[in-house]
Design a protein around this ligand. Structure first.
Ligand SMILES: *Cc1c(COP(=O)(O)O)cnc(C)c1O
Length: 222
């Protein structure tokens, strides 16, 4: 695996307005450092404790994104340093993030995860739920939350048309939510696209891609 090489090839293929999150879950710090030395500064992890450990060990100019499912009781471990939480899918979770953000005198950027896939296994809220939250009185009191966009994961399938349909749906949801002009919101990010589908995602309006295996190689889950 030549991480620097993989990274350079991907970066060259991304339009300027698209942000690359290097998804380093399960990979050792030595692999992350290779990406770091090649200039990468944004890393994505899907387990809070793993991210916190890597944050401890690595240079402090890295920005850490939580891309996985978030358990409320673990928010406290990332609240001091996390720079973007992609997988926010309930108001309860927003309240906890706000509470922990206050303790550290921070405003934490979050994306609302929208369920765009047909698969039941995928997390996320409906468009209606997202819109209800952004318009609610309760939400407007969460001063230490800044919703900066939406995140979605397409169905795991080879059917390109299906994936395209789901990505286009997320883009539409984003445009609809923007029209609400809610408080604590500054909608600019559409986080969609992984190793297998990021080119399609960009064609459908993605502004942030989360790429793991095409940079670091296949993951080995023991
Ligand atoms: C693991 C993961 C990715 C990266 O997947 P690859 O196929 O390895 O690029 C992207 N997004 C989320 C939410 C993930 O959990």
């Amino acid at each position: 695996m030549n991480i620097q090489n993989n990274l350079n090839i991907i970066k060259q293929s991304l339009p300027e307005q698209v942000t690359l999150v290097a998804v380093s879950k399960t990979k050792p710090v030595s692999d992350l450092m290779e990406a770091y030395n090649a200039g990468q500064r944004i890393f994505g992890e899907n387990k809070i404790q793993e991210m916190a450990e890597k944050h401890e060990q690595m240079p402090k100019d890295i920005t850490w994104h939580m891309i996985g499912h978030v358990q409320r009781n673990k928010v406290k471990y990332m609240a001091p340093f996390v720079s973007l939480i992609h997988g926010v899918e309930s108001f309860k979770l927003l309240k906890e993030i706000n509470k922990q953000a206050i303790k550290h005198d921070r405003v934490i950027d979050c994306l609302l995860q929208i369920k765009i896939a047909e698969e039941d296994s995928k997390f996320g809220m409906s468009t209606q739920e997202a819109s209800d939250i952004l318009q609610s009185e309760d939400f407007s009191t969460l001063k230490n939350i800044n919703i900066t966009g939406v995140m979605g994961m397409a169905t795991f399938t080879d059917n390109q048309l299906q994936i395209k349909k789901e990505f286009k749906l997320l883009k539409t949801v984003f445009e609809e939510l923007k029209l609400l002009n809610s408080k604590n919101c500054n909608l600019k990010t559409i986080s969609m696209g992984m190793s297998g589908d990021y080119k399609l995602a960009i064609d459908c309006g993605s502004t942030m891609v989360r790429i793991g295996s095409s940079i670091f190689g296949a993951r080995n889950y023991n």
